[in-house]
Design a protein around this ligand. Structure first.
Ligand code: APR
Length: 256
């Protein structure tokens, strides 16, 4: 847990801020039991290669492998619960302008009650047809299993094309509207909390420096040092579910 002086410094930045942006990454959901991407021992990419699973080429090459892997991830998210960090952010947004800009494709921010969530890398449950792009609301999600299996993706009822996950794959463009809104929010906020991201995937990783160029203070919440640490005014070395409640659940007198 970070030292009290750094927590107090961050609480003071929160108190003074007219608008806050939270940029979250996979670490935000780690304490909900959802694997991160790059953590050496447990990260998803240490067990599965992105090139084999998260690209349009991988989909064309073996749609059943890719769909089976995303079904496994969907089942894991369905079985998970928002953690105290998600809940603290949702509560904080009730009485101050706070926008969540997330690289995560899970729905844990929303299930915690956050209303303004911008998904830069798409959404796990926003399935759509690979051929005609029509949205597909519900697909059968089997119970979470040990490992992904080959599962033939369902077919689009409109054109018969294969249904794909609604996430952004490597080599694909980010959805325009959420990204534009994230840039605007980063340019106009007074404070950006960067929570649980290694800060290595662009253009999301460029948002903290954009916020800083426009006068925002930057606070990093991460147990590890990252590519973004040198940019931060304050680095809180701790887990999101431990630190965020300490920042926002503080009683008024603690906020000074
Ligand atoms: N609380 C906060 N941060 C944590 C926690 C935690 N409990 N546990 C781990 N972390 C940190 C790690 O130290 C690491 O810096 O979360 C970060 C996770 O980094 P990545 O696994 O690289 O995830 P992320 O930065 O979100 O990846 C960005 O890369 O593969 C693509 O599209 C994918 O959205 C993803 C993007």
């Amino acid at each position: 847990m970070p030292d009290t002086a750094l927590l107090d410094q961050t609480r003071s930045l929160i108190r003074q801020a007219r608008s806050i942006v939270v940029l979250s990454g996979a670490g935000m959901s780690a304490e909900s039991g959802i694997a991160t991407f790059r953590q050496a021992s447990t990260g998803l990419w240490s067990r599965y290669s992105p090139q084999d699973l998260a690209t349009p080429e991988a989909w064309r090459n073996d749609p059943a492998l890719v769909w089976g892997w995303y079904l496994w991830r969907m089942a894991a998210v369905r079985a998970a619960q928002p953690n105290a960090g998600h809940l603290a952010l949702a509560k904080a947004a009730e009485n101050r302008p706070l926008v969540v800009v997330t690289q995560n494709v899970d729905d844990l921010h929303e299930r915690a009650g956050s209303r303004e969530v911008l998904h830069l890398h798409g959404e796990l449950f926003a399935h759509r047809c690979f051929a005609c792009a029509r949205r597909c609301s519900e697909v059968p999600i089997p119970a979470v299993d040990d490992e992904p299996a080959h599962v033939d993706p369902p077919r689009c009822t409109h054109c018969g094309g294969r249904i794909r996950p609604g996430v952004v794959w490597f080599g694909e463009n980010l959805p325009e509207a959420p990204f534009r809104a994230a840039v605007e929010a980063s340019q106009s906020c007074d404070l950006m909390l960067v929570v649980g991201t290694a800060g290595v995937v662009h253009p999301a990783a460029a948002l903290p420096s954009l916020a800083r160029q426009h006068g925002a203070s930057i606070v990093e919440i991460n147990p590890q040092q990252t590519e973004l640490s040198t940019l931060a005014d304050v680095c809180l070395r701790g887990g999101a579910a431990q630190v965020l409640p300490k920042l926002f659940d503080a009683s008024p007198e603690q906020l000074g």
